[in-house]
Design a protein around this ligand. Sequence first.
Ligand code: FE2
Length: 286
Amino acid sequence: MALDDVAVKIARSENLSILPEVGRQVIRLIDDPDASVAKLESLIERDPAMSAKIVRVANSAYYGHSNIGSIGRAVTVLGMNIVRSLVTTIVYQQVVKNYDGLSKGFAYGLWRHSLATGIVARILAKIKMPLKAENLYAASLIHNVGLLSMGRFCSDQLVTVIAEARKGERSILEVEREQLGFDHTEVGELIGQKWGLPEFMITALRYHHSPLEAPANQETATIVAVSQLAAQRAGYTFEFVATPEPIPTEWLEAIELSEDQIPAVESVLHSEMEKVQQLFNVPAAA
Ligand SMILES: [Fe+2]
C-alpha cells in the first residue's frame, strides 16, 4: 500500500473518522483568534456525554474544584485553554477506547505514551513559551495519530513493520520507510490537513522525529520531538520500542534546554502521571 492509498482511505472515512466531529472542531479552535467562550461552550454542549465527563473531571481533585456544574462555569473557572486541552484529552481517550484497529494493547500503550508526551511538552512550554503551554500539550497528545490511523487503515502492514522493528531493534520510522515507502509522520500530516488543524500542529505531526527539518514552527515541533523522547526515557514507551533513543543534543540546544534538566522534568512527569492515571484510564504499564 502506498501513501496515496492510505490518503484515499482516510478521505473516505468521513463517517468512520477516528476523531469525532466535536473533537475536531474543538481542536481547530486552538490558535483561532476568533475563538470565543460561547463558541467553545456551544460546541461542547452538542455532545452531552462529553459535557458530563468534562464537568466530572473539572470537579476532580486534580483541578482542585468542586463547584463546577456546567461547561460555562468550567470555562470561567479553569479558562478556555485548559478546557480545550481537557476536551482534546477526553476525545482522544474516547478514540483509544473505541479503537477498532490493531490490538487494544497497541492503542493503550500509545495512549499512555501520548499522555506522557503531552505532559512533558506542557512542562517544557511553561518554561519556554508559557502562553503556548496548552497548545503544545494538545499537539503532543496527538503527535502519533498517524500511527494510530495506520493501525486502522493498514494494520497488516503495520504488524509486519512492528515485528521487523522489534526483531532488529530498529526504529519504527526507518522500517516503515523501508517496507512501505512512507511513514506515520506523513500519515499524521495528511490527517492534520484533513482535519483542518492549525499549522503548528500539522508541523508537529510531520516533524516530531526530525524537528530541525521543519520549514516553519520549528521551536514548537522541537518541543514535541524532545517531549516524545523524554517520555520514552522516563518509561512511558509503547510495545515496540525496544530501547528508547537518546535525545539528540541539537534538539536540546535548539530549545535551549540542557541534558541536566531532563531528570527534573521526568520527576514532575511521574507525579503528574500518577495524578491523571485514574482520571484518564491510563494503563499501568506499556
Ligand atoms: Fe512518532
